[in-house]
Design a protein around this ligand. Structure first.
Ligand code: AMP
Ligand code: ZN
Length: 112
């Protein structure tokens, strides 16, 4: 069975898409943890950062550049947090790499 983010990429299940190019897609998180909560997802299925290969480094960098562009477009000038959960103990629930872009409120540190 294919993963849920691959299905979103193929438009097999709906999502609120914010930005898309040939390498990645960004859509609104279904269970937002902040006023702005967007997931930036490579179109290539890679389960986690632990499973990325050296050849994927430009693709992963592309996710951060897309986050920067979205933040600029949304005017998130007072700050935002970028998060990648890797593995069960870090809270990863969907095993297709995704970068969380969170903004619109203050975040504490250290994270919970
Ligand atoms: P993580 O815990 O880092 O694996 O994050 C997975 C995220 O995917 C969570 O924040 C979920 O709310 C989000 N999510 C799960 N299913 C969907 C969906 N169908 N559309 C949008 N976001 C989703
Ligand atoms: Zn996938």
């Amino acid at each position: 069975m294919e993963c849920i983010f691959c299905k979103i990429i193929k438009r097999e299940i709906p999502s609120e898409i914010v930005k898309e190019d040939d390498l990645a897609i960004a859509f609104k998180d279904i269970n937002p943890q902040a006023p702005v909560h967007i997931l930036i997802v490579p179109k290539k299925h890679i389960a986690s950062i632990s499973e990325m290969k050296e050849e994927d480094e430009n693709l992963i960098g592309h996710l951060f550049n897309m986050a920067r562009e979205i933040a600029q477009e949304l005017g998130l000038s007072s700050g935002y947090r970028l998060v990648i959960n890797n593995g069960k103990d870090a809270g990863q629930e969907v095993f297709h790499i995704h970068l969380h872009l969170l903004s619109g409120r203050k975040f504490s540190w250290p994270p919970g």
